[in-house]
Design a protein around this ligand. Structure first.
Ligand code: BES
Ligand code: ZN
Ligand code: ZN
Length: 470
């Protein structure tokens, strides 16, 4: 599927079908009102109506704002893809909704077919977005940037969707090296012997039963005169079986997605480097597989983390925080960043708290929370803050070590996980750090908005938007 922006009169473009967004207010005045009425089209949000003889596809929108256009464009692209049209043309409404239009088309048009022996053939080849009488220079910039971010989101999705027998910590290293080579990033890999030298006892324990060696991946994007430095840390559990605290069979299915934090971070640094942002970006990934075996770490083990903090393991399925404890500590010692953001499919509790569409945001800085929720609104990603409190913090107390890896009570599990991570954030960094729990938002088994089955790429649009706003 090829998508292009053209500076022409829409009538001068030849395409099989024209797409028109229509709100219910506009419907009565429309020249096709009668026939649309006969077809039962009320221009409701996400509804569509083909007028094949006139070669028009009408798409209902509640209003002509970004969220509505993204969603309607998503319904549109799916409908056109399942037809036999080969080309469509769409009038660009304005600059402020162009990004959403591109996202709807690219992200809802996304397919992951690596494992299909005979993928369904798509006849649709060309999508022309047509702008006339609008500032084309401005539109072109918006279009190019939107495409970079949408493609980076698809890149993240591809990795999330890759099966765990193919994508393990070591193939994640190979993939990161390729990204670094393609995008002129610096790349430093710490293999198990290096992790041992670094005394990363917490991260190493999680991966011990796996046949694939754990690895810490550090990629850097360094523009010449950066305004800010940011560290992005990702949970890269290429598979989470739960370990000896084994997950029930039905909960284990989809746990290839436990690497989504790492994949998001890779998508973010890819987008930032292609957008040529003037911000130095460090991506730190803990790539680990949580398995069972004679050498597996156990509930009752006490781990010594890189920071020296000892951790009582009470549940080997709360492994993400153990990996992040060491990676966050390493990241803080390696780079003096202005911001430190971590992304992790950390807790099922986050989905209970916020639903599966929303990313949970935790940390101490009100300013960062405010700025990131603004980036959420602007990017169309849902994000909501979950507040820390001292009562929940007490639930992480251990009788025999400095901290327990699970809380003693089951409620507020997303927050107690966030507060566990907080234990590994150095004093001077408290207001620079934000934790993003993407357990719900990173993966879906039912299409919603511009997301289709599988990885969503949650975080990539949000952070690209935030970084552009700095
Ligand atoms: N990777 C899971 C969290 C998860 C669950 C992500 C469902 C996406 C969907 C994480 O490692 C985990 O298992 N967390 C436990 C923590 C518990 C043992 C305190 C959980 O959420 O049940
Ligand atoms: Zn787990
Ligand atoms: Zn996990």
């Amino acid at each position: 599927m090829n998508i292009q922006l053209l500076n022409k009169n829409i009538t001068d473009i030849s395409a099989d079908i024209l797409v028109e967004f229509l709100s219910s207010d506009e419907l009565n005045e429309h020249k096709n009102n009668k026939i649309l009425n006969m077809a039962g089209f009320k221009a409701e949000q996400d509804s569509i109506c083909f007028l094949h003889e006139q070669a028009i596809l009408f798409c209902g929108v509640e209003k002509k704002k970004s969220d509505e256009i993204r969603s309607a464009a998503s319904s549109m692209i799916k409908a056109v893809k399942s037809s036999n049209y080969t080309s469509v043309k769409i009038s660009v409404l304005n600059n402020s909704t162009l990004t959403a239009l591109v996202e709807g088309i690219v992200l809802a048009g996304y397919e992951f077919n690596d494992y299909k022996s005979k993928p369904e053939e798509i006849t649709l080849k060309d999508i022309s977005l047509v702008a006339n009488e609008l500032d084309f220079g401005e539109l072109k910039t918006t279009f190019d940037e939107a495409l970079i971010v949408a493609k980076a989101t698809c890149f993240t999705r591809d990795i999330v969707n890759t099966a765990p027998q193919e994508l393990n910590p070591q193939t994640m290293v190979t993939l990161a090296k390729k990204l670094a080579a393609d995008n002129a990033l610096e790349c430093n890999i710490l293999q198990e012997e290096d992790l041992a030298k670094e005394k990363m006892g917490s991260m190493l324990a999680v991966g011990r039963a796996s046949i694939h060696g754990s690895a810490l991946i550090h990629l850097t994007y360094k523009p010449s005169n950066p305004k800010k430095i940011i560290s992005l840390v990702g949970k890269g559990l290429t598979y989470d079986s739960g370990g000896l605290s084994l997950k029930p069979a039905t909960s284990m299915v989809t746990m290839k997605m436990d690497k989504a934090g790492a994949c998001a971070v890779l998508g973010m640094i890819k987008a930032a480097s292609e957008l040529k942002l003037n911000i130095e970006i460090h991506a730190f990934i803990g790539a680990v597989e949580n398995m069972v075996g004679g050498d597996a770490y156990k509930p009752d083990d006490v781990l010594v983390s890189r920071s020296g903090t000892t951790i009582e393991v009470r549940n080997t399925d709360a492994e993400g925080r153990l990996v992040l404890a060491d990676v966050l500590n390493y990241a803080q010692d390696t780079v003096k960043a202005d911001y430190i953001f971590d992304f992790a499919t950390l807790t099922g509790a986050c989905m209970v708290a916020l639903g599966q569409y929303t990313t949970g945001l935790m940390g101490h800085s009100h300013k960062l929370k405010h700025d990131l929720s603004k980036a959420g609104t602007a990017s169309g990603e849902l994000i909501s803050s979950l507040p820390f409190n001292r009562h929940l913090k007490k639930l992480l107390k251990s009788e025999i070590a400095d901290i327990s890896n699970v809380a003693s009570k089951p409620y507020g599990g997303a927050i107690t996980a966030g507060m566990f991570l907080d234990k590994f954030i150095q004093k001077e960094n408290k207001n620079k750090w934000m934790h993003f729990d993407i357990a719900g938002s990173a993966y879906t088994e039912a299409a919603w908005d511009c997301n289709v089955y599988g990885g969503t790429g949650a975080g990539v649009r949000l952070i690209s938007n935030y970084l552009k706003s700095i």
